[in-house]
Design a protein around this ligand. Structure first.
Ligand code: ATP
Ligand code: MG
Length: 252
């Protein structure tokens, strides 16, 4: 009896080397975590994933930002040649900014209400997201970042519950979601974030002591991937470049 391959459909990230490691791209309709230290390129990598969907497949895309302002985002991404202002004008891209999210009509509460940061629950966010996903036919969503979303849950058990609810609520939405989170160090012995266990996949971006940047897919449920760390760079006018044939041998 031959075993039929049931590999999920993949969404190319547009980062050639990363797509090689992923065996084509991110698995469709799953929730993937991009984990890394400050300035490791998490926001750029995720934006490149959205840009690929917009440019190559005319997919609707959404960037949910808790910390990154729309103005700074638009300016920074233009340095790589990605014109998100035009994508937005064309109705294919939506930037949901923290403050704006709180002013948007709520599905679970009054349409006219103005919310303080503490009022925005994860349920509100998912409700708003599903409305907007439908509105523009979004296929790719980025949430930047989980730390800002869950800062109200200092207790580990509550935080785990909140993250699990978020991931479960995202699953019927028919989109591939990338959630950004902060990494707790690098290498054997680094702290493992709860969200790493709960998400379908984990891509880590690390700055090693010698200045090398390393990317590693530590997990991708249902998909065979390259789990080894490989070097990457952030290149002006290009974006993230991953070098899949180069390896990093020792933990630096
Ligand atoms: N135009 C550019 N050309 C080359 N490298 C750049 C350019 N713009 C930014 N960078 C690099 O990218 C880094 C920022 O990338 P990004 O904003 O994606 O990081 P991040 O992991 O999201 O950071 P944070 O945790 O602060 O949100 C900068 O620290 C810098 O090293
Ligand atoms: Mg960022």
């Amino acid at each position: 009896m031959t075993v039929q391959s049931t590999q999920p459909r993949k969404l190319p990230t547009g980062i050639e080397g990363l797509d090689v490691l992923l065996g084509g791209g991110l698995p469709e309709k799953r929730t993937i975590l991009v984990l890394g230290g400050p300035g490791s390129g998490k926001s750029i990598l995720c934006t490149q994933f959205l840009k690929e969907g917009l440019e190559k497949y005319n997919e609707g895309t959404i960037y949910v930002s808790l910390d990154y302002s729309k103005k700074a985002f638009t300016h920074d991404m233009l340095q790589f040649g990605w014109d998100f202002e035009t994508y937005e004008k064309n109705g294919r891209f939506l930037f949901l900014e923290g403050a704006a999210i709180r002013r948007l009509p709520q599905t679970t509460a009054s349409v006219d209400a103005v919310y303080t940061p503490d009022d925005l629950t994860l349920e509100d966010l998912v409700d708003l997201l599903s409305l907007h996903i439908e509105k523009i036919g979004a296929k790719r969503v980025v949430i930047d970042d989980l730390t800002a979303l869950t800062f109200r849950f200092p207790d580990d058990v509550q935080r785990r519950g909140a993250i699990l609810s978020l991931i479960e609520a995202l699953s019927p939405l028919d989109v591939t979601t990338v959630i950004i989170s902060e990494a707790l160090g690098y290498g054997i012995g680094r702290g493992i974030n709860t969200e790493e266990y709960l998400s379908d996949g984990v891509i880590g971006m690390y700055l090693l002591k010698d200045g090398t940047r390393a990317i590693q897919i530590s997990k991708m449920r249902g998909v065979q991937v390259d789990n080894k760390p490989h070097p990457y760079n952030i290149v002006d006018k290009v974006g993230i470049e991953v070098y899949p044939t180069e390896t990093i041998f020792s933990e630096k």
